[in-house]
Ligand binder design. Sequence first.
Ligand code: DX5
Ligand code: ZN
Length: 216
Amino acid sequence: MKRLIAPSLLSANFGKLHEEIEMINKSEADWFHIDVMDGVFVPNISFGFPIIKFIKKSAKKPLDVHLMIVDPQRYIKEFKDVGANILSVHYEACTHLHRTIAAINELGMQAGVVINPHTSVNLLDDILSDVNMVLIMSVNPGYGGQKFIENTFTKIDRLKSKIIQKNTNTLIEIDGGVDLINASKLFEVGADVLVAGNTVFSSKNPAETISQLKNI
Ligand code: DX5
Ligand code: ZN
């Protein structure tokens, strides 16, 4: 099991974005987590291509892009062009998920599928062998700083069994409400990657908090 940390820039101070990126570069973080919201799939709007391009210019670690947008297949090439390394789309937003995942892989990116808190991991049985990662939302997507949903532990456990049974290398990423209290249990039950927004960026020493999460 890997123990990767992906700070979510949604909670960063955009007035000093370059410094925030440098902090992550120098920290023990593994990926940059980038949340794209369209105001339709989720009630919030975040940022788009120009900001991601700016991040890519200074980022020395992979960009893990989480699309909270309807019909994400419309923009796969654009996200590749601005520098996404891992591109994750919501199960609930894709009518032809298999085709969308294939298109992401064909452009040379790692493909992830994201499930909302109400979506069962059982629905992934016929796509699991095709994705590089499953992102389990541990809050309802749209905002940083929300309360962690405890049922996530059961979902990770169930998904991990399926991954072991199918003998795939699929990573499990957890996003929402991750903190220094639940992080160790999340890794123990089978998470490989933890996203953390508020926990990192509201901390007095974000780099130290990243280190604590990683070595918990
Ligand atoms: C929520 C986003 C998350 C968010 C996590 O819709 O997908 O990545 O930034 O923020 P925290 O860690 O504060 O819950
Ligand atoms: Zn996210």
